[in-house]
Design a protein around this ligand. Structure first.
Ligand code: KG4
Ligand code: ZN
Length: 331
């Protein structure tokens, strides 16, 4: 069974062909990132127009790379939400048109579920339960997954998402957009012990996160100072250490208290090497197997949508032509 996955929730236009839920035949991603940089963040109108311009080419490229044609596709899976409404509608309209004209089913996929599932792409026999951790530009969520589609939100950020905090701190430090890779890069030359940034205490039994206080602490720390490259690197390293530390601590303690032995991590921030290193180490120390997606599936992509769509379809989910964007879709 060939599944075409389409992803257009933010600034990446992704299309991928996945065979029988476990073989990624192609994975094409085009990004409008360059066009957003000068504005310091994603501009929804620019992202939407870019999707419209390239989606046809991206889908054609993924079919060509997979060595198949449209007629071979058995199912179209598309991101339903959360995301930018105009951007989502481009992918959804395209997917529904394919479904209608080819006479094949379409299935809407929750982008957050797909990020969690991205650690299992190419390995469809997932053994549940698992703990899911989504760390992206819009979300920081800890999710107990009992089965595919049976997800329970344990905790989430009360203010900024972790990726958003990286982006805002990078802006304060003049490091540009996107902030995550920029902070990670600057941090390599800095001392993580130079400045103490601490996450707020949110209660012993809370799995929530909060990052806006740390971001404001960075703002006050740099206020009135002329930053040298060395000072910037120290602040980047110190912020990164504190923010990642908060994630690692909450994720591992959630696994321990719920008795879950496997943690899967997805979303753009899962590309961060310090997060990967620290979570892996904490996992070893606490008997938790930590699973990360390959780097290319950390960022938004069509393969995670196709793979998750396949599993949902196998469970009996079909969306039909009334499928529409759900920009605020939760877990
Ligand atoms: O999952 P994603 O591609 O899009 C959303 O669904 O939000 O995540 C984008 C976020 C951005 O905030 C970006 O700064 C962050 O992921 N990010 C990183 C790294 N690479 C991307 N954050 C920290 N370290 C990185 N290496
Ligand atoms: Zn995402």
């Amino acid at each position: 069974m060939f599944v075409l996955g389409i992803e257009t929730s933010c600034d990446e236009t992704g299309a991928s062909v996945v065979k029988d839920g476990n073989e990624v035949m192609s994975d094409t991603v085009a990004s409008s990132l360059e066009f957003h940089k000068r504005y310091g963040g994603v501009v929804p109108e620019i992202a939407t127009r870019y999707h419209l311009e390239v989606i046809d080419y991206v889908v054609k490229d993924s079919l060509r790379s997979a060595g198949i044609t449209l007629k071979d596709i058995d199912l179209v899976a598309v991101t339903q939400g959360p995301g930018l409404v105009g951007a989502l509608l481009v992918g959804i309209s395209f997917a529904k048109s394919l479904s209608y004209s080819l006479g094949i089913p379409v299935v809407g996929v929750n982008h957050l579920w797909a990020h969690i599932y991205s650690g299992f792409i190419g390995r469809p026999n997932v053994k549940f339960p698992i703990m899911g951790l989504v760390v992206s530009g819009g979300h920081t969520s800890l999710v107990l997954c009992e089965d595919i589609g049976k997800f329970r939100l344990l905790g989430q950020t009360r203010d900024d998402a972790i990726g958003e905090a990286f982006d805002k701190v990078a802006k304060i430090l003049g490091l540009g957009y996107p902030g995550g890779p920029a902070i990670e890069n600057a941090a390599r030359r800095g001392d993580p012990e130079a400045v103490r940034f601490t996450p707020p205490y949110l209660g012993d039994d809370s799995y929530d996160f909060s990052f806006s206080g740390m971001k404001t602490a960075v703002l006050y720390h740099v206020k009135g100072r002329k930053l040298t490259a060395a000072m910037t690197a120290d602040i980047a390293a110190s912020f990164q250490k504190a923010a990642i530390g908060a994630i690692v601590e909450k994720a591992i303690s959630a696994c321990a208290s719920k008795g879950i032995g496997r943690l899967v991590v997805g979303g753009g921030v899962s590309a961060n090497m310090l997060l990967r290193k620290e979570l892996a180490a904490a996992g070893v120390n606490n008997g938790v197997q930590v699973i990360f997606p390959p780097m290319r599936f950390s960022i938004d992509n069509g393969a995670m949508i196709a793979s998750t769509g396949y599993l949902l379809y196998k469970k009996g989910k079909k969306s039909g032509l009334t499928l529409t964007a759900e920009p605020n879709l939760g877990i």
